[in-house]
Design a protein around this ligand. Structure first.
Ligand code: MLC
Ligand code: AMP
Length: 516
């Protein structure tokens, strides 16, 4: 049956295969069973309708086979999937349900109790109840422009925006990465990334499933378990922080584990890194262990992976994110919009997302028009090398931070902390950090007499009930006032220097008592 979506045609073509699609805590799940389960989920979602026609279906489930069946079930029904994360506390989930105009929630039994009350006003389906139902016979046809995923991403506006990614985008991504990275049915991908972002979801999971390979899905990341699981994997995809954490665990391990883990890593066919800059020192250590630098590639929620170093390790350049994948075109422009050597990276091609859900203005602002084409403005400042390969130099906005591969908006966190009754003023900044990329610091001016309530532990605890813990600033510092310019705007570079000075003073050894 043709669906007009190569993403789904590839999936349905795997129905006869007994190869494992997913390895999870419950065992091995062959394609034959998972494709059938996904059709059963689609039937339950459709309830006799011909198509869900882009209706938003939220999915909250632990990484594993049921998640995959739920996701493909949503795709097959014509719905647009909105993946929720167990990392988000109830108030944040409630916000995603509202902003996403979610009509149906697919939830695993174990996570049902974590849903906010707002979920009960939607159609609520427990995933495990659907997996063995009658599979949908007739499935809707889908055009390439049909919405497939709504992925929330933070930016220079306060609240995250729902980026709508189409079947055309995902189908192109599967084909382009399969070709560029030599993905094959024999591949076993070690998957330990969160599923609510494009890296874990499309660049890793849908990529390996698109070629009939196996995803070994870990429930959460743990360094020792990940090292052990590498032994039976051929491909590893991670953010730089994961590499840093793996290397730290290796250093701390006993000689026996070190030997086993090193052997496991050197057997990998491919390890890739993306979502943030891979420190050259981390890359070099990985090369010393495995014989190859991680293949560094660049992407964005709105684009997927669009630039990549080559599969041949000899051609990989440390500190560079490579060349455009086939079909992708780049330009580099300065502040006036003129082509430049160094400037903002803009991208066009089959990778372009459809827009931000219900945010026409933000969508229009995200693109530049040139030569009759729409170019997505990435907000990344880059330079192209002589061979055309791209080096990321930084971001055009100080308010967009990357911590452990998660994009965080300083403005969103400032808005949140301003809601605390003891906070008079606040500015959030990122300090460069080898492990985290940006280490997020909240600089707070307490209201008179409220300094104790603004102490780090108290403020962090308060924030953790409201946003995912990975968004909570890792450090909180109190100031009497924040540096501001003549217009009253906080001068963030100055604040970063002040934080550095405070941290250096705190780390300096106490002066030795002078002998009389
Ligand atoms: C965890 N913590 C973080 C954090 N991750 N703090 C800041 N930034 C982060 N990224 C905090 C926890 O809240 C907790 O705080 C403490 O660190 C220990 O938590 P943990 O759960 O044990 O951490 P760990 O499992 O080691 O998490 C690290 C990590 C995780 C690297 C596995 O951050 C992660 O999964 N990152 C991947 C993000 C990602 O997939 N980005 C892709 C975006 S798409 P406390 O206070 O409780 O001690 C994209 C496009 C592209 O960028 O091109 O790919
Ligand atoms: P997100 O919005 O979470 O999808 O994050 C996209 C951003 O991650 C990009 O705009 C870059 O700033 C950053 N990014 C992704 N891959 C890389 C990389 N390989 N090197 C440096 N930054 C990267």
């Amino acid at each position: 049956m043709s669906h007009g979506s190569p993403l789904l045609e590839r999936w349905l073509a795997l129905a006869p295969s007994f190869r494992p699609a997913v390895l999870d805590a419950h065992g091995a799940h062959p394609y034959s069973a998972l494709v059938r389960s996904s059709r059963a989920v689609a039937a339950a979602l459709l309830e006799g309708r011909a198509s869900l026609e882009g209706e938003r279906v939220a999915l909250l489930a632990e990484p594993g086979a049921a998640f995959v069946a739920g996701l493909y079930g949503a795709f097959l029904s014509g719905a647009c999937g909105l993946v929720l994360s167990p990392l988000h506390p109830a108030p944040e989930v409630a916000w995603f349900l509202k902003d996403g105009e979610v009509r149906t929630v697919l939830v695993s039994r174990a996570l049902r109790a974590t849903l906010p009350p707002e979920a009960s006003t939607r159609r609520l389906l427990v995933l495990e109840d659907l997996l063995h139902g009658t599979p949908a016979d007739t499935l809707p046809g889908l055009l390439p422009g049909a919405a497939a995923l709504q992925i929330y991403t933070s930016g220079t506006t306060g609240k995250p925006k729902g980026a709508v990614v189409t079947h055309g985008n995902l189908s192109w991504q599967q084909a382009s990465l399969a070709e560029a990275w030599g993905m094959a049915a024999s591949d076993v991908l070690l998957h330990c990334l969160p599923l609510h972002h494009v890296h874990g979801l499309a660049i890793a999971l849908l990529n390996v499933l698109g070629v009939g390979g196996t995803a070994r899905m870990m429930p959460t990341f743990g360094a020792a378990a990940a090292w052990d699981a590498l032994a039976d994997s051929t491909v590893f995809m991670a953010v730089p922080t994961l590499y840093a954490k793996l290397l730290a665990a290796l250093d701390a391990a006993d000689a026996d584990a070190q030997q086993r883990w090193t052997r496991a890593a050197s057997n990998l066919r491919l390890s890739t890194s993306g979502s943030a800059a891979l420190p050259v020192s981390v890359a070099a250590r990985w090369r010393a262990l495995t014989g190859a630098l991680p293949l560094e590639r660049y992407g964005m929620t709105e684009l997927g992976a669009v630039l990549s170093n080559p599969l041949d390790p000899a051609g990989r350049l440390p500190g560079h994110v490579g060349h455009p994948l086939p079909g992708v075109e780049l330009r580099v422009v300065d502040e006036s919009g003129a082509l430049a050597e160094v400037g903002e990276l803009q991208v066009t091609g089959p990778c372009l997302f459809a827009g931000y859900h219900r945010r026409a203005e933000a969508t229009a602002a995200a693109f530049a028009e040139a030569g009759g084409r729409r170019w997505f403005r990435t907000g990344d400042t880059v330079q192209r090398g002589e061979d055309g390969s791209v080096r990321i130099l930084g971001r055009t906005s100080v308010d967009v931070l990357k911590s452990g591969g998660f994009k965080l908006s300083a403005l969103e966190l400032e808005e949140l902390l301003r809601e605390h009754p003891a906070v008079a003023e606040v500015a959030v900044v990122g300090l460069p950090d080898e492990t985290w990329g940006d280490r997020v610091v909240a600089c707070v001016v307490p209201r008179p007499g409220q300094a104790a309530a603004c102490e780090e532990a108290a403020l962090r605890e308060w924030a953790k009930g409201r946003v995912a813990t990975y968004k909570v600033p890792r450090q909180v510092l109190c100031f009497e006032e924040l540096p501001r310019n003549a217009l009253g705007k906080v001068v963030k570079p100055e604040l970063v220097s002040a934080v550095r000075a405070r941290n250096a003073a705190a780390a300096a050894p106490a002066p030795r008592p002078t002998s009389s």
